[in-house]
Design a protein around this ligand. Structure first.
Ligand code: GLY
Length: 298
């Protein structure tokens, strides 16, 4: 991956297996007086893992996957996230333990050693590549919309966990309890999002959506107008979250809910969790049993 080391309106990066193409992009950046950042190409599926930290101890929530592009098939510009699901049936066994042991716990240990213990949510963005698990990014917050799906399954009261984290007592917290069901969250976004979104439109059908079995709606970019009616007030307006006995049922329920939400000009992706529901996600190592691909020549 060759990136223009500067603001480039999303056009500064070239992801390629072709050395000449990579060199040509770098040269065009140099010709424009800039510099480049070269990063390892990460070839596997992405995973979001939220790890509660109390300064010393770490407790992982259930891994989730989100969908960052605005259009189906991961096309179009990046967004804050258009949907998510959890758990990840296709994830290699031991993934969470590996990330705790190799990533989260060493990070928390080092922060404590430096005298700046970290208390909060460490959001570890991962790629499961042919060369093993890689960290893409850290955030120090919950992720959106993964959290809507993850918390839908969490039976342990979240407040008790956050209190334990704040008090440095996560090691004493009860083992997390999870609903057996699968959760899918589908985001309904305003017209024109992720550019300047259209706002101020009435949203109808929320009550009907909430009446569906296993379905609830989480508001984000909404507000009440003068008459107390719900209107859109942001780009990502709300998420319809559904629990189901498996991904197929959870998706069906979430999309039934989305169909009931009426907001003029609104948009949503139709393929949230679709690949996973069809069993089409492969991890280049681990549970799938597939062998690591030959390392490309440097
Ligand atoms: N869903 C990605 C994020 O919250 O940053």
């Amino acid at each position: 991956m060759v990136k223009d080391d500067g603001l480039a309106a999303g056009k500064g990066v070239v992801v390629t297996r072709n050395r000449d193409e990579a060199l040509a992009h770098a040269q065009s950046c140099f010709d424009a007086g800039g510099s480049v950042v070269i990063e390892e190409f990460l070839d596997g599926p992405e995973v979001s893992l939220f790890v509660l930290c109390d300064g010393h101890n770490t407790v992982a929530l259930s891994p989730a996957q989100d969908f960052k592009r605005i259009f189906d098939n991961d096309e179009g510009p990046n967004t804050g996230g258009m949907g998510a699901y959890t758990p990840l049936e296709w994830a290699p066994e031991g993934l969470v333990e590996e990330v705790l042991e190799r990533v989260a716990q060493p990070t928390v240990n080092e922060m404590a050693r430096r005298g700046t213990p970290f208390v909060g949510v460490l959001f570890v963005g991962l790629a499961l590549t042919s060369r093993g698990t890689r960290v893409i990014e850290f955030n120090v917050r919950f992720g959106d919309p993964e959290t809507q799906a993850v918390l839908a399954r969490l039976k342990t009261p979240l407040g008790s966990l956050l209190l334990a984290a704040a008090k440095g007592e996560l090691d004493k917290a009860e083992e997390l309890r999870w609903a057996k069901e699968t959760a899918v969250a589908v985001v309904v976004a305003s017209e024109n999002y992720p550019d300047t979104p259209r706002t101020g439109d009435r949203i109808r059908g929320l009550k009907k959506a909430e009446e569906l079995e296993g379905v609830h709606v989480i508001h984000a970019g909404t507000a009440l107008d003068d008459q107390g009616k719900v209107i859109s007030a942001g780009g990502r307006v709300l998420a319809v979250v559904a629990l189901g006995s498996d991904l197929v049922e959870a998706r069906e329920r979430a999309y039934d809910g989305v169909e009931l939400v009426q907001l003029e000009g609104s948009q949503y992706r139709t393929d949230i969790a679709g690949k996973a529901a069809r069993g089409d996600i492969t991890v280049p190592y681990g549970a799938t049993g597939s062998l690591p691909v030959t390392k490309a020549k440097a």
